[in-house]
Ligand binder design. Structure first.
Ligand code: 6PG
Length: 239
C-alpha cells in the first residue's frame, strides 16, 4: 500500500442478504448506544440518508434501549423542506421513529432559512449542544465516491475534510449533489466512538476498492475517511 493508501484499521463484515446486514448493523449500533447510556446517561448518533439504510432503520427501531435519552441526527442533509421526497430527515423519521425508537429526539440539520449558508449558525449550535462525540456514525457512499456531503467538486470540500478544521457542520454545493447540502465535517465524524460504512451491491464494492487505492482525495472524497490515521472503520457490505 503506497503512502496515500488507507490508514484506517478496517474490519469488513460481509453478509448474504440486506436483511442480515441490517440486523447485524442495528445490533452493533444499539450496543454503542447502550454503552453511551451506561457511561454517560445519554447517547447520540448520526445516520446517513439515501436509499440504502431503509431496512437498517427498521431493524434499529426495534432495538430495546432507553431511546428517550438518545439524540439522532443525520450525517448530511439536502436543503429541502421536510415534506420533500428528497428529505433525509423525513426518511429517518419514517424509518426509525417507530416502536421503541419513537422516543428518540431527532436533531434537524435544516432551518427555515433559504440556504445552508444562512442556516449554518443555528444548525452548528444544535450539533454543539449534543453530548459529543457521537457514540456511533453510520456513513453511506455514492457511486461517485462521496460520503456524507463530501462531493467531488464541492465548493467547501477542502474545509469540510480538513482534519484540523474546527467547524462541526458546513454547507456544501456540488454539481453531483442535486440540492445545496449541509454536512457534518470530517473531524466530527472521525471523532465518533464507532464509525461504520454501510454499502450494498457489487457496484459500490468496486467503488470502495478504487477508493482504497492511491489517488487524489478530491476525486473520491471517501478517501478522506479512509486515510484518517488510527480510525477503526467497520465496513458493512452485502450484494
Ligand atoms: C445523501 C447521503 C449520502 C448517501 C449516499 C448513498 O443524502 O445522499 O447521506 O451520503 O449516503 O449518497 O446513497 P444511496 O444509499 O441512495 O445510494
Amino acid at each position: 500500500m503506497g503512502p496515500q493508501g488507507p490508514q484506517v484499521t478496517m474490519s469488513r463484515h460481509d453478509f448474504e442478504t440486506p436483511q442480515d446486514l441490517a440486523a447485524a448493523l442495528a445490533e452493533a449500533v444499539a450496543d454503542n448506544l447502550r454503552a453511551g447510556l451506561a457511561a454517560r446517561g445519554a447517547a447520540c448518533l448520526a445516520l446517513s440518508g439515501g436509499r440504502t439504510p431503509e431496512l437498517f432503520f427498521a431493524a434499529l427501531s426495534r432495538q430495546e434501549l432507553d431511546w428517550s435519552k438518545v439524540s439522532v441526527t443525520l450525517v448530511d442533509e439536502r436543503w429541502v423542506p421536510l415534506d420533500s421526497p428528497r428529505s433525509n430527515e423525513a426518511l429517518l423519521r419514517r424509518g426509525l421513529l417507530q416502536g421503541p425508537a419513537a422516543a428518540a429526539e431527532v436533531v434537524s440539520l435544516v432551518t427555515a432559512d433559504p440556504g445552508p449558508e444562512e442556516g449554518l449558525r443555528e444548525v452548528s449550535d444544535r450539533i454543539a449542544a449534543l453530548p459529543l462525540p457521537f457514540d456511533a456514525v453510520v456513513l453511506g457512499m455514492g457511486s461517485d465516491g462521496h460520503t456524507a456531503s463530501f462531493f467531488p467538486g464541492g465548493d467547501r470540500l477542502a474545509e469540510a475534510i480538513d482534519p484540523a478544521g474546527s467547524a462541526l457542520v458546513l454547507p456544501q454545493r456540488a454539481p453531483g449533489a442535486g440540492e445545496p447540502r449541509i454536512t457534518l465535517t470530517l473531524p466530527l465524524i472521525v471523532a465518533a466512538r464507532s464509525v461504520y460504512l454501510h454499502i450494498e451491491g457489487a457496484e459500490k464494492a468496486a467503488v470502495l476498492k478504487t477508493a482504497l487505492q492511491d489517488g487524489p482525495v478530491a476525486d473520491m472524497p471517501l478517501r478522506a475517511v479512509l486515510r484518517s490515521p488510527g480510525l477503526p472503520l467497520d465496513i458493512y457490505w452485502c450484494p
